[in-house]
Design a binder for this molecule. Sequence first.
Ligand SMILES: Nc1nc2c(ncn2[C@@H]2O[C@H](COP(=O)(O)OP(=O)(O)OP(=O)(O)O)[C@@H](O)[C@H]2O)c(=O)[nH]1
Ligand SMILES: [Mg+2]
Length: 415
Amino acid sequence: MERKAVLVGVYPQGGENEALKSLDELERLADTAGASCFAKLTQLKNVPDTATYIGKGKLEELKEICQNNEVDLVIFDTELSPAQIKNVENEVGCDVVDRSMLILDIFALHATSAEGKVQVELAQLKYTAPRLIGKGKDMSRLGGGIGTRGPGESKLEIDRRRLASRISYLQGELNELEKNRQIMRAQRERSNIPKACIVGYTNAGKSTLLNYLTDAGILAQDKLFATLDPTTRKFSLPSGISMLITDTVGFIRKLPHHLVHAFRSTLEEAVFCDFLINVVDASDDECDEHMLVTESILNSLGVTEKPILYVFNKSDKCTSERLYDLRFFNSKRGRVVNVSLKEGTGCEELVLQLEALCRFGKTRLNFMFPYTKQSELNSFYQFSEIIDTEYTDEGTRVYAWVDEKTKNKFAAYLE
Ligand SMILES: Nc1nc2c(ncn2[C@@H]2O[C@H](COP(=O)(O)OP(=O)(O)OP(=O)(O)O)[C@@H](O)[C@H]2O)c(=O)[nH]1
Ligand SMILES: [Mg+2]
């Protein structure tokens, strides 16, 4: 059942524009969660009210709108304290949720892997549960309303007495799952195959990119946070070398800090890769802001020095002037390519850029392996990209792209 919602935003002097953009985004989040936006309410207020966030007059206006129009949900575009939620709810007479609860709700709907579900439930128990308990309602009677949905089909169980034990149980589960992930990552690392991670704002086209390159079959849709669980696929470049590419959860402005923390193990794919592919929706007026948000979340994960390829996507919806400007003004950030994954334009250049990044920090060198060192040669094959092989009287001569580590490891065979 779709719910009818009023969205509320408060902004300081000079912040109206930003607040309206953020509210538009909140509307899309609400839509993804299954609530239609009946009205948007904003208030200029430098310091939010400690008890009700908005001022008395605004609260009165909100109450009237809700009661006269059968609105059953109010969504604040900020983080509210449990007391604020309770106070506004008592005044207005319908459910109140904040931006973070809404995002967690969408995460709960979209989590599919065991790890994703545990991460979401943990974040909900730590963030949402205290806000629901604060309302003093009998939670077991709440239906699957927005804010109370748990991962999968279940609902968020909020029993104050069981909260702490459930949190510690889930934490234990998560630690186990993280161990598995670490083992899988260690296996990938040993293979020495170049690894890239796709990052970027939600709905930019990250999953579409991995599907385009590898037929990964990931659900790509015009919804926010369509992807939660990371997917890694092998991609063979035209030169014959292979690379691994991982698609991850998208970023959004005002992404709650504890959510970044909750998703740390998923996002660590970005920490351990060799380079990043930052997909940007070039057709979105806010794409500069989106890039800043993405960069700041990467910074908070400690990812600062990695080579980045900026993929300005959805060029089919942009003028050529805009595409030129984006390319020109962002070239100092990293490598840049304009594409339309929908129409396939620019994708050849994209692949060439990926190839160049896979060879970043590598050099072409000749090695000579005597025939008595066959096992060394076999191991060398795993660590390098072979360009040419020649069988001579002294042994096998290989011409290959190698990184510094491999060069040093096989220095004895360098010609
Ligand atoms: N017009 C146009 N639409 C595109 C293009 N590439 C992707 N899309 C659409 O953009 C929407 C979002 O694509 P996704 O690949 O799901 O985006 P995402 O970055 O993975 O999003 P999340 O997983 O939700 O963070 C989908 O409806 C795609 O069909 C493009 O080049 N042009
Ligand atoms: Mg996706």
